[in-house]
Design a protein around this ligand. Structure first.
Ligand code: F6R
Length: 368
C-alpha cells in the first residue's frame, strides 16, 4: 500500500509528478482556451469581480500566498490572503463583487468552512479549491476546482499542496483569459510551462539521496531558518512548517528582505539557513536574494541554497548547492518545495519520529 516506501508521506512525495500531471489534464481546449468546467460562475459574474480574498489554513494558506502573486500579476485584480481562523473576526469588507477562494485539501477544515459561511451571508461568491470530492466545503461553495492528487494519507500535506498550486495557477490564467488582460494571450505558453513541470519534479526526486544525506547531518540541530523572496517566500514558510510538524524542530521562514529588520540577529555560527533562490529571469529579485545570502553567511550561517541550473552567481556563497530545474520564479514553488519535503521527511525519520502521524496533529481539523 505504501509502494515500497516506509511512509505514506514519502510515497505521496514521489507521486507528485503524476498528481501534478493529473491536475492539469483536460484543462486546455484544442483552440488553446483554458477550460475549468467546475467553475459554475458565468464569465459575466467573473468579470464583475473587483477583489479576491483567499482563505485557508496551514500549508493551504501558503498555496494561497503563491496564488496572490499569480493572480495579481496575470489578472490585475487585488488579492488578500487571510488565515481562515482570523478572517471572520476582523469584520472583513465583503460584497457581491468579492470572490472568496477557499483552499482546503480535505474540504472539512472547520475554520475554513466557517469563513466561507460568513462570506456567503455577506453575498460574496465562493470558489473552493479542494482535493476531496463531495466534502463539506465544496458542497457549500458556488464553484469548485478539484485537484486530482488522489487520497492524501500522511498527515503532512505534500501532493495536496503541489496540486493546490496548480489549481491556483489555472484559476489565475482563467481569470486573465476571461478578463482579457494582456496575459490572457499568454495562457497557452504558461500552460506549456506547467506541462513540463512533472518531468522537472521527477528530476528533483531522482536526486532525493543528496537531500537525505544532507538532512541526516542535522539530526542534532536546534534551529533551521528558511529564506525566500516573492513566490519563494511561501515556500520558505512551508519548508519551516514541515520541519516543525515532522521533526519537532524549531524552524522559521522569512522573507529575505526582512532579515535586516530583525531576524538576522538570530544568525550564529553554524546555523543552517535554507535559501530558495529566485530564477535568473527576474534579475532584480535574484541579485537581492544573493546579497541576503551573503549577509547571513558573513555572520557564520551555513547556507544551503536551492538555485536553478546555470546560476553561477550563487556559487561563491553557497556552502551546499542543490540545483533546481529552470522554471520561471512564479512557478518555482512547484519544484522548490519538493527538496524541502524530502528534507523534513528524512530528518524526522532519522530522529525516529512517526512521519505519518506526528504528535498532536490530525489530518483534518474539524474543530475551530
Ligand atoms: C501541514 C498541513 C496542515 C493543513 C491545514 C489545512 O502539512 O497539512 O497545515 O494544510 O490543516 O488543511 P486543509 O487543506 O485540509 O484545509
Amino acid at each position: 500500500e505504501k509502494d515500497g516506501h516506509d511512509w505514506f508521506m514519502r510515497k505521496e512525495i514521489f507521486e507528485q509528478p503524476r498528481a501534478v500531471a493529473d491536475s492539469l489534464l483536460g484543462r486546455m481546449s484544442p483552440e488553446g482556451l483554458l477550460q475549468l468546467d467546475e467553475v459554475r460562475l458565468s464569465d459575466d459574474e467573473l468579470r464583475e469581480i473587483d477583489k479576491i480574498i483567499i482563505i485557508a489554513c496551514g500549508t493551504s494558506f501558503y498555496a494561497g500566498m503563491v496564488a496572490k502573486y499569480a493572480i495579481e500579476h496575470w489578472c490585475r485584480i487585488p488579492v488578500e490572503v487571510e488565515l481562515a481562523s482570523e478572517f471572520r473576526y476582523r469584520d472583513p469588507i465583503l460584497n457581491y463583487s468579492t470572490l472568496v477562494v477557499a483552499i482546503s485539501q480535505s474540504g472539512e477544515t472547520a475554520d475554513t468552512l466557517q469563513a466561507i459561511r460568513h462570506a456567503r451571508v455577506q453575498r460574496s461568491k465562493v470558489l473552493a479549491i479542494c482535493n476531496t470530492n463531495g466534502s463539506t466545503i465544496p458542497r457549500e461553495s458556488d464553484a469548485v476546482i478539484y485537484t486530482h492528487a488522489g487520497p492524501e494519507i500522511g498527515v503532512a500535506s505534500t501532493k495536496g499542496f503541489l496540486t493546490q498550486l496548480v489549481a491556483c495557477y489555472l484559476l489565475a490564467l482563467y481569470l486573465a483569459q476571461v478578463k482579457g488582460t494582456r496575459y490572457g494571450d499568454e495562457v497557452h505558453q504558461v500552460v506549456r510551462q506547467l506541462e513540463a513541470v512533472p518531468a522537472q519534479i521527477q528530476d528533483v526526486l531522482d536526486r532525493a539521496e543528496d537531500v537525505y544525506a544532507l538532512a541526516r547531518e542535522y539530526v542534532d540541530a536546534s534551529s533551521v531558518l528558511f529564506l525566500g523572496r516573492h513566490a519563494g517566500y511561501p515556500v520558505a514558510l512551508e519548508g519551516a512548517l514541515k520541519l516543525k510538524e515532522l521533526a519537532y524542530l524549531h524552524a522559521e521562514g522569512f522573507a529575505a528582505g526582512e532579515l535586516k529588520h530583525g531576524p538576522i540577529a538570530l544568525v550564529d555560527d553554524g546555523l543552517p539557513v535554507l535559501c530558495i533562490v529566485p530564477s535568473r529571469g527576474r534579475d532584480h529579485l535574484h541579485d537581492k536574494m544573493v546579497s541576503g545570502i551573503q549577509e547571513v553567511r558573513a555572520r557564520g550561517a551555513r547556507t544551503i541554497c536551492l538555485a536553478e541550473v546555470g546560476d553561477t552567481a550563487i556559487e561563491p556563497y553557497a556552502d551546499v548547492l542543490f540545483r533546481l530545474p529552470k522554471v520561471p520564479t512564479l512557478l518555482q514553488p512547484l519544484v522548490a518545495t519538493v527538496p524541502l519535503q524530502l528534507f523534513a521527511c528524512e530528518l524526522a525519520t532519522a530522529k525516529g519520529h512517526d512521519v505519518d502521524q506526528p504528535r498532536n496533529l490530525a489530518k483534518s481539523v474539524t474543530v475551530e
